[in-house]
Design a protein around this ligand. Structure first.
Ligand SMILES: *Cc1c(COP(=O)(O)O)cnc(C)c1O
Length: 500
């Protein structure tokens, strides 16, 4: 299996090279040359296997230079419940049945309590193995721009992994208190965390600029370092995410909720378009999917795009209670545009040029129609987010976080609009304990001290135990307190690498 850029560069590279590079030299993202097929019989076979084996199998179809034995080794470690820092649920990504046609896919039982763990627990293994395969002896420095959850999950995944350094940039005022403390108290000798004076898009743009700075990259190469990315622009993040869509279907089969071949909907709270794009790949492989419902918060640039075919980021940026979706430039959409426009790299390059020059592009009717064959979209206001958390908790005792609430509300609206009664899976992306303040407020407990961690308060109010992964957070000591302006990000990277 080879990979190519979404922007027309004709170079074909291997999966491991794509994982090392993260981003193509022409600024594009790497995509597989074809999408492997998954038969219904194979899905039924996977249904009798544990999560780690489902993961090895799906990953082996895309990462053909890795043997099944190698992948088994990585997934055994990554999706283990035996490690102290491992997953806390034996199913790894369990379903919670809310009613006869609604299921929540809980992707937050990993070490950092957000769905980013699903990919970032296994990706460091893929990256270090890729470096070995390539014969490159450089150390790798991972740069991450985070809206909150990727940062911690990447720090946890790469902490003290030999031959790697990791540097995380987060928007200073754009993450929850729990997210921030999780990051700035990270242990490990190869890690660094810096706040950026700006929002997530600023941080992401800053990181992308560092990647495409040829002079800097040459200089780093000379001193034995290669830059790479752990953001969802990296193919090594996307592949492991395809797994849980297949796995959710396997569980529905196992639990006799569906018949083999029956189509289901997935409703996904979306920011950078990585999570829902993985669902699209799963469908293209052959997973029986009816609709993919893209859920946005107030920053509904994606919803507007899916409805109109016009992508326009010239609009206010809102800081919301679902900060991991506060994004106006959804990087992974580029991969979908490439696939939907007949793999026309120069067309995609022209969209992206228009996006950076005018903040706007539109796709032809044919591409828009293709998009609407599978995707629906909706958005959720701040009030509706909180109301959904409260209603769900009062009605059933089930506590969901703000991002999951956005998706649940959008699903309800979609059903009302369409009457579609297929079984729907709401993708639940974070533990409510990562967003205590907003969840407490939703439950009618307004907190005045907005710097408090509030984990214990949420536990007392709801009777839910504090997740084991977060118990020690209260007593954690901040290690990283620096903040930089966007133009100073590059110097911060050089400093960090220099001080090895
Ligand atoms: C990252 C994140 C999202 C958005 O996922 P994308 O892949 O960026 O679309 C949604 N919810 C939570 C809790 C997240 O951490």
């Amino acid at each position: 299996m080879h990979y190519q850029s979404t922007r027309g560069d004709k170079k074909r590279i291997s999966g491991s090279e794509a994982i090392i590079l993260g981003l193509s030299n022409d600024g594009g993202l790497f995509v597989p040359e074809f999408i492997p097929k998954l038969s219904l019989e194979m899905i039924e076979e996977l249904a009798s296997m544990p999560y780690s084996r489902r993961a090895s199998y799906i990953m082996s179809l895309f990462l053909t230079e890795f043997s099944i034995d190698e992948l088994d080794q990585y997934t055994d470690i990554a999706y283990s419940t035996d490690r102290k820092n491992g997953f806390k649920h034996k199913e790894i990504a369990p379903l919670h049945k809310a009613d006869n046609n609604t299921q929540f896919l809980e992707l937050w039982h990993g070490p950092t309590c957000a769905f980013k763990d699903m990919a970032l627990q296994v990706m460091p293994h893929l990256l270090t193995a890729s470096l070995k395969k390539s014969g490159k002896r450089d150390d790798v420095c991972i740069l991450v721009a985070t809206s909150g959850d990727t940062g911690k999950a990447a720090l946890d995944g790469f902490c003290d992994i030999q031959g790697t350094k990791i540097m995380v940039f987060y928007p200073r005022d754009g993450v929850s208190e729990v997210q921030k403390l999780q990051m700035i108290s990270q242990s490990g000798s190869n890690v660094n965390v810096v706040a950026v004076e700006g929002n997530f898009d600023d941080a992401q743009t800053g990181v992308k600029e560092i990647f495409s700075d040829t002079a800097l990259n040459k200089e780093l190469d000379g001193s034995g370092y290669t830059l790479s990315s752990a953001n969802s622009i990296n193919w090594g993040r996307l592949v492991p995410q395809i797994v849980y869509y297949v796995s959710a279907y396997c569980q529905l089969l196992e639990q006799n909720e569906i018949k083999a071949g029956e189509k289901v909907n997935f409703c996904v709270p979306t920011g950078n378009f990585g999570n829902i794009l993985a669902a699209w790949y799963a469908e293209k492989m052959g997973l029986p999917v009816n609709r993919l419902i893209c859920a946005s918060n107030r920053n509904d640039v994606l919803t507007q795009f899916i409805k109109t075919g016009i992508y326009d980021k010239n609009r206010p940026f809102y800081t919301t209670v679902s900060p991991s979706m506060d994004i106006l430039v959804s990087s992974n959409l580029e991969r979908l545009l490439f696939e939907l426009s007949g793999k026309d790299g120069s067309l995609v390059a022209s969209y992206m040029a228009a996006l950076s020059a005018e903040g706007k592009y539109f796709v032809p009717d044919s591409v828009h129609a293709e998009l609407n064959r599978l995707f629906s979209a909706g958005y959720c206001t701040e009030d509706d987010t909180k109301e959904t958390i409260n209603d769900t908790y009062r009605a059933s005792g089930y506590l969901i976080d703000t991002h999951t609430a956005v998706a649940y509300k959008v699903l309800k609206d979609y059903r009302e609009e369409t009457g579609d009664n297929n079984i729907s899976v709401v993708v639940s992306t974070a533990s409510p304990f990562k967003f205590c303040e907003a969840v407490l407020e939703a439950l009618g407990k307004k907190c005045t001290d907005n710097k408090a961690i509030l984990i214990d308060t949420l536990s007392e109010v709801t009777g839910y135990a504090v997740p084991a992964q977060l118990v020690d957070l209260k007593s954690a000591t901040p290690r990283f307190t620096d903040s930089v302006e966007v133009p100073a990000m590059k110097a911060a990277v050089i400093d960090f690498i220099g001080g090895r």
